[in-house]
Design a binder for this molecule. Structure first.
Ligand SMILES: Cc1cc2nc3c(=O)[nH]c(=O)nc-3n(C[C@H](O)[C@H](O)[C@H](O)COP(=O)(O)OP(=O)(O)OC[C@H]3O[C@@H](n4cnc5c(N)ncnc54)[C@H](O)[C@@H]3O)c2cc1C
Length: 423
């Protein structure tokens, strides 16, 4: 089979990076085909019907912040921005499950981090000077583990920075990359409450990021081939010349381009010489079928518990644990009961466990250490018509939706530029 003479962009992978690349390319009047190995889109950001609980659940509750401008512009483009909901002002309620103490960080709605100067808005038992390490992290030069840049102890760390950085980087913060933490701080906390409003896809990730994207792309002529796994790339004259899928082969024309938006462990098998992150961290999510009590806030940070974040959602309560490798071998029933005990305690519910499901994603994100961060490749490759996308490419951000969408946009812009130059 041959691609069209006018030039086709083949996007491999229908995760958010691939979908974002396709969305950007719909504005370029090029033929676009997405090839996805599985029977569904969304990759690591998806919803599915769970037979055990009879609920539509997400593989993991995903949190965005209002400063995630690429992710938000993607949802604007596909018409699903209204599905991301959060409080009107940036607020983060916490509970210390050991002591029962509760507090709420209130970032307000300004474009400057004034909240640091308000005793009733910042972390209890902290002073303004305690927040200076944030500035040090934000403008760190050489990449180092966070533990070498700031003191990973004390109230400000235990009650704010650790939960925040653990969730954002998906790694025990002292091991995490100071550069990635710095980028996060510059793009959110340093810009005040306007950039820190938490946003959730309360009706499910699929309804915000996946189904609207598929409908939008199909409506603009993008073809999406499911169960179409790329197994080999063939190269000739400095270009990709042929795509070998499990069920078909496509010979590329001189105007065709390829965006490889697959996970790093797939990309390194397909592209000779690509260096990419090779270590990963897991995330555990639990979903309990129960109507959340009305007094619970839309999300709750938990200190000194097994659960780290609790999300009351329509008809269920979900909970998340990051960098959760230690829990992957725990029997599922024991893990579910342990997590439910935390939820029952903070929500004032009975300890009898309701119908539940546990989702363990072993390779949820690459390990956000300085060493692994240094292995992230740029979108351009040694091959003229081959570009990389994915949250693991060199976006300067932790592996998040924001990183995935930006990587897709970047790869699409490079393709557009290359095709314009070639024309
Ligand atoms: C449990 C969990 C919780 C998370 N929480 C958050 C959060 O709170 N906030 C946040 O911003 N981010 C969060 N993330 C991260 C976010 O989900 C990812 O950054 C994002 O989804 C990555 O998108 P991607 O397109 O780069 O990669 P992927 O989603 O991995 O997409 C790659 C796609 O390529 C396909 N593919 C693989 N091999 C082939 C092949 N050979 N041929 C064709 N197709 C192939 C895959 O099937 C997949 O669809 C979380 C992730 C997980 C797992």
């Amino acid at each position: 089979m041959h691609s069209s003479d006018a030039g086709t962009v083949h996007i491999i992978g229908a995760g958010l990076a691939g979908l974002a690349a396709a969305e950007r390319l719909t504005q370029s009047h090029r033929a676009v085909v997405i090839h996805e190995a599985t029977a569904y889109a969304g990759g690591r950001c998806r919803s599915y019907h769970d037979q055990t609980t009879g609920m539509l659940i997400d593989n993991g509750t995903h949190l965005l912040l209002s400063g995630n401008h690429a992710a938000l512009s993607f949802t604007e483009a596909i018409g699903s921005r209204a599905g991301l909901r959060g409080p009107d002002e940036a607020q983060f309620p916490f509970i210390d499950i050991a002591s029962g103490e509760q507090w709420t960080l209130r970032f307000g709605d300004s474009r400057f981090p004034w909240w640091v100067f308000h005793k009733d808005r910042r972390v209890p038992q902290t002073a303004v000077v305690d927040y200076l390490p944030l500035a040090r992290l934000a403008w760190t030069s050489a990449d180092k583990p966070i533990g070498e840049v700031m003191n990973c102890a004390g109230a400000i760390y235990d009650r704010f920075l650790e939960p925040l950085l653990l969730a954002a980087l998906n790694i025990t913060p002292r091991e995490g990359s100071a550069k990635l933490a710095g980028a996060l701080i510059r793009e959110t906390l340093a810009l005040g409450g306007q950039a820190c409003r938490p946003l959730l896809a309360r009706e499910g990730l699929g309804s915000v990021f996946v189904e609207p994207a598929i409908a939008h792309l199909r409506g603009r002529g993008v073809s999406i081939a499911f169960e179409d796994e790329l197994v080999e790339l063939l190269f000739a004259n400095g270009r990709v010349s042929r795509l070998k899928f499990a069920k078909q082969t496509i010979d590329l024309n001189k105007n065709d381009a390829v965006i490889l938006a697959v996970p790093p462990y797939v990309a390194t098998n397909l592209v000779p010489g690509v260096v990419a992150p090779s270590l990963f961290r897991g995330i555990v999510n639990a979903h309990f079928r129960v109507d959340p009590p009305v007094h619970l806030p839309p999300m709750l940070g938990v200190i000194n518990g097994t659960c780290e974040w609790i999300f009351p959602l329509p008809g269920r309560i979900s909970a998340t644990i990051s960098d959760a490798g230690r829990l992957f071998d725990m029997p599922r029933t024991e893990l579910a009961q342990t997590m439910w005990n935390d939820i029952a305690k903070v929500a004032g519910l009975a300890r009898d466990i309701p119908p539940w499901q546990i989702v363990r994603e072993r390779r949820a994100t690459f390990a956000a250490t300085p060493e692994q961060n240094a292995r992230r490749p740029s979108a351009e490759t040694s091959w003229d018509n081959l570009f990389l996308a994915g949250d693991w490419t060199q976006t300067g951000l932790p592996a998040t939706i924001e990183s995935a969408v930006r990587s897709g946009y970047r790869a699409a812009d490079l393709v557009k530029h290359r095709l314009r130059v070639a024309a």
